[in-house]
Each structure stands twice: as C-alpha cells, then as structure tokens.
Write a protein that binds this ligand. Sequence first.
Ligand code: ADA
Length: 587
Amino acid sequence: MKASLLTSHSTFHGRAQGRLFDEHRVRRVRSLDGFWSLHRPAEGTQIDPEAWASGVSADYLVPSVWQSLPGWETYRGQAVARCLLAKDTSGPARLVFRGASHTARVFLDGQEIGRHHNAYTPFALDIPHLEAGSHELLVHLSNEHGDLSALHVSNDYYNYGGLTRPVEFQELQAPLYIRRVHATPSRDATGRWQLKLNARLENLGAAQNASLRISVAGLCHECPAQAFSSGSSFLEATIPVPHAEAWSPASPRLYELTATLVIDGAAVDDWSDRIGFRTVDVEGDRLLLNGAPLFLAGFNRHEDHGAFGCALPLEAMQQDILLMKDLHANAVRTSHYPNDERFLDLCDRAGLMVWEENHARGLSLEQMQHPLFHSQCRDCIAEMIEWHYNHPSILLWGILNECASGTPEGRELYAGQFAQIKSLDSSRPTTFASCADGKDLCQDLPDICSWNIYPNWYGNRTATEEVERFLTYSHTHGGAGKPFIFSEFGAGAIPGYIDLRRNVKFSENRQAEILRECLEAILAHPKVCGAFIWQFCDVRVDEGWAIQRPRCINDKGIVDEFRVPKLAYPVVQACFRNRPRGCNCVW
Ligand code: ADA
C-alpha cells in the first residue's frame, strides 16, 4: 500500500468543510454551509414553534454570527434557522453541527431529533432512517443568558448567536458506521514509535458482522470480522510504526490515519484524520516535548474578529496563525473554550502548540453551584476530548479559568474535572489558570500550575515582584516540584491612543512598556516553562461588561479586532525572538 506521509506543504488540499481535508471518501458528505433563512420573533414575543416565520426574517449565510446581519447587531434572544436538505436514497444518516451558539434544538420534518448546549463543542445527531427526498431542517437557537446556561453567562467576551461553524449532512451506507479512531503515539522500549488505537463504531440497526481496516504511514492493520451489536463498540490495538518521523514545531510532520469498514467484502464506511507522532511529558518541574525541555511562548486567543465575530472564516484563522508565527510565538491558549477544529488543523500544520481548555471563565462558587454546571461542564469536556483527541498540536488540557479554586467546595469541582479528563485521556498533562491570589487551594491537583497575573495593570506591583510572589505561593501550597506557567499577563490599549506622559493607562505605549517588563521577568526565569500574553487580539465583550471596557471591547490585544498591530507588536516580537533558550530548552 502507498505510504501516506503528508508533509506540511502537501497537507490539506481537500474539499473544505468542517475540517481542512476530506474525512470521508466512502461515506457521502454534503456540506450544509450556504444560504439558510433565519427568523426571530417580533419585539417582545417568544419563539412560537408553529409561527416561527412570522417575525423578523433574514437571508442567512451559514456559518456566521447573526450579529453580522443588519438590525441584528446586538440581538440576544431566540431565533430559528431553516434549510431544506435532499436525501438521495432512503436509509440512515447523520447531521454534524461543528458549532451552534449557544443552545440548539434540532427539528427534522417537525420532529425534534436532538438538543445541544454550548457554542464551542461540536455535536452529531444520528438518524436511523430517512426516506429519500426533500426534508425540512429547523434549528432553534438561543444566545440568552439565563437559567438554562451555567457556562454562557455575561462575560468578558461576547456570546454570539447563530450557526457559527460548519454544518454537514452525511448519508450512511449502512446502519453500522465508524464514529472515530483515537490514536495515541508513544515510544516502545527500544525508542521506536508505536500507535495505540481505539476505534469507536456505532450501530443504528441490528447486529452486524464487519471487519475494520486501519491504515497509517503505509502500514495496514486488520481487525478481523466480528459481530457488532447495536449501540457503541470499541476496538483496541497497538501497532508499531518504526519509520515515523516525529511531529515538532520545527518539523510538524502529519500522517493520514484512515479506517475502512468492510461488510461482505465491500467498503461501506470510512473515516480519516491527520495525526502526528510526538510525546508530551512532565518530568519534575520541566515540560518535555519528545523528551526535550519545552518553553511555551505564546498568546491567549479568543475566537473573535471585528468583521466576523466568533465565526472566523478560514482565511482569518490562517492570518492569526501567520501573525503569531511572525511574532515568534510557538504556542496558543484557546481561552476560554474549545476551538473550531479548522483552527486546530491549522495549528497542527503550522507546528503551533496548543493549550485547549473547557468552557468556563471567572465563575464564582455560586455560579459553579448552578444546577446545570456539572452536566454542562461534563459534556463540554467529553466532547472536547472525543473530537479533538488526535491533534498533535494539543499538548495540554485546561479547565475552569479563574473559577472558585480558593474554596473547599470549588476544589471538589476542580478535582472532579481533572479526574474526568484523566479517565478520557491520560496522555496529556493538565492545568488550570488561577487568579485566587493568596488563597488558591488547588495547586496540588493539576500536572502543571498556571497563574494569571497583571503586574502594573490591576495593582501597582512590578512584574519581577509578582513573578516571585506567585511562584512562592504555588510552591508552598501544593505546587512544589511541578512545572509552572504564567498563563495571562497584559495591559489594555485603545488602538491609536498614544500618550507620552508617564504610565498613562490605555495608551499603546504604556501597554508596550508593561508587556516588555513582564516578558523580561518571565522569559528568563529558570522556574518557568510557559508564558501566554493576554491577549492576541482585541475582543468584543458582553453587555454586562461593556461599562468597564472602552468601546465595549477588551483591548488588551497586541493587534486590534481587525488585526492592526499596536505598538506592543514589535516589542513582543523582539522578546519572543530573543528569548533565552537555557537548560537545553529546544523549543
Ligand atoms: C482574566 C481573565 C480574562 C480577562 C482578563 C482581563 O485574567 O482570565 O478572561 O478577563 O482577566 O482582561 O482582565
């Protein structure tokens, strides 16, 4: 069989859908991106399932945020998106939503077929049987803040509405199909690469005999025919891939992983992904990539853009990657939620290392005790890991940014989420970004301790003072001997505002000074293995936050919301480029 090595240059020339390559060649996939209609109730009324089309209607291009429609710029409420889909032959099918913001109920021909909460995780709905012909698809959407949402609360970023990521309709050739294959690379006792595979199959019908063929890097692994009963089945195998080349920031080698399902000699379903061979380990207070010490130098990035909201088109995502590379960053933190998988594909390809985290920002203990908090976090973590497991660029899983880690009750919730992550993926280290200054109770829980600090912005302490203070606190409260990351530091700057008087907040020049001071204190520190600037780009904030944010924007970006660089840009670029590479730190 032909080797399927993909270099960073040859990757991703497939048809663009929810990923940057075709995930299926046997399964028939139709993108539902394009024109839908969008309807919202007239002012002061609620969505009426019977009369949803009677209010305000718009021609709506999926994927996008409804805030880009004239008259909808600040709309927070409910809406119904509608399209027709065509099924060629009668049989099973699936709908895949890569992102519906933020709560969705899906109706097919008037029947509710599924619900989902959370704008930032994908979901798929199985349809065991659908007749050939035309069908009406309605998606009831809400971006409301209220009792039904523990995680989408008024926040320091904007909760948009709409079908904000791609949508697909998949026609299955048999009720048994491949849901996914998780691949975990490691080195065997002789140092050669091997791959642990865990395949998940789903059967929407009666028991069925089938075999599964998995190919990677020119090797083929056959799982002999067996009976699959209805529901989920899992197959496991470990295969040696001795000639694989490692994935690293300097050489982000990707390989195609393909699974084919065979019934009576015929291929009835397939699935494919891109993987990379790399290890990530914590050894004492060091973080290792492929056995070599690692320093993560990068940005916190919200999925937000002045023109597109959270529904960035691929070109805008790639521009962000190019800008971060131009700044000599090697890492990005997906603050504060799982990202569009196309962005992760671009990170894999570019060798940009990722800290991906579940969705939560700044929740108080009271908010963490919301009756839906547990189930909504559990689902978010499960979906994040289920869908994003194979990305070589993801090195760390994070949780619960700046939540109630300084309380015993909060600690229980942190512990529970770390346990869930480890049960789903023990191959990656965990962390969380704390701001519980002087009272954090969770430093012993993650593999890596991370702190958000804002020297000279919130308070007057210098960066050098703050770096030592937070390191000392962590080391004396459970974090001793662990790697340490400064997960946020930064300062606001209104684009174009320059003020040469001393220490004028919100001026571009002051932001540049503060960042220089922080980077000088952090990048050279022997006890630190990561620095994430808050933040890459300016972002819109929710109504409740607007009063404390000039222009209703969190303006701590080093580029503005349209990616125009501020004065801090060349300062950060020089600091990252000239970063000391002590302690054999390779990256
Ligand atoms: C926190 C938080 C960020 C952002 C930042 C700020 O550290 O994690 O989401 O709100 O503060 O700009 O103040």
